[in-house]
Ligand binder design. Sequence first.
Ligand code: ATP
Ligand code: ZN
Length: 313
Amino acid sequence: MTTEVQVSAADPQAAYLEELVRHGLLIPMGVPGLYGRSGLFEEVVERFDAAISRHGREDGAEVMRFPPAVNRRDFETSEYLKSFPHLAGTVHSFDGSERDHHTLLRRLEEGEDWTAMQKATDVVMTPAACYPIYPTIAKRGTLPAEGALVDVFSYCFRHEPSLDPARMQLFRMREYVRVGTPEQVMSFRESWLQRGRALMESLGVPLEIDLANDPFFGRAGKMLSANQRDQGLKFELLIPITSTEKPTACLSFNYHQEHFGHLWDIRTPDGELAHTACVGFGMERVALALFKHHGFDPREWPAPVRALLWGRD
Ligand code: ATP
Ligand code: ZN
């Protein structure tokens, strides 16, 4: 017991979380990974968001914004439950009788489990910002020759409670999503690997780009992860935040091949299944990296970094 407490006190992730809270940047809400953000924290997120837009502007992506939830049927189609059942969050609600209501209140009062009185709704928390895009594009029918390019930004939910401030349960992801032929999709990912690196280098943070894999669930998941690595389907841009040995993934570059094209039957004009790729920016992680490397007061950040974030759009 004692050792556990000592270990956590010396834990650099918990220590950084404490510092962020002390500086008022994150506001604890009593659940690990669930925080309010201060105005300053939000300003950094907004300025970084604008910097991403400037880097992607010339591509003319179609902007779509969704609430942080998806249609349960689309969520089921996405096969998220095959790969990440442990991360999913569903929205439940009470729809019983008056008698059931009394039971619910009694259970609440007696400290029993009242949540069993609720039923799943048609709403599921968004696990990654790009999820609402695939069914939306599929509904339009066959892709035009130039394919599709979408700009999306959403809070995402993942049930991974942690004391690491870089691992939240509700966090924001800005993404560009490309749907088209394998060539279109690969060249999109190539260009964002370069742009992502250039953007983050200009923010003066140490970084490296490396092959990565998703945390697929279970024994079958280990094989999926190995496959993903062998085929070079996922790259991450890593920045040390609370550890130099284990830097944190702040941007992800994912190539899904025809996975989503197949699930939603998205076709290119020649009748082939569409391929998809996305680049995802972890907005909180980037803000945390900036505060870590440049300090808690952005007025004292290096001039080029300030110019990039607070310069004119
Ligand atoms: P990790 O391996 O660290 O769990 P991931 O590979 O699951 O991350 P992606 O699914 O690629 O992450 O998500 C895209 C981006 O969203 C990541 O690069 C990261 O910046 C951010 N992100 C992912 N999970 C979290 C989280 N729990 N809290 C904050 N940001 C996150
Ligand atoms: Zn995505």
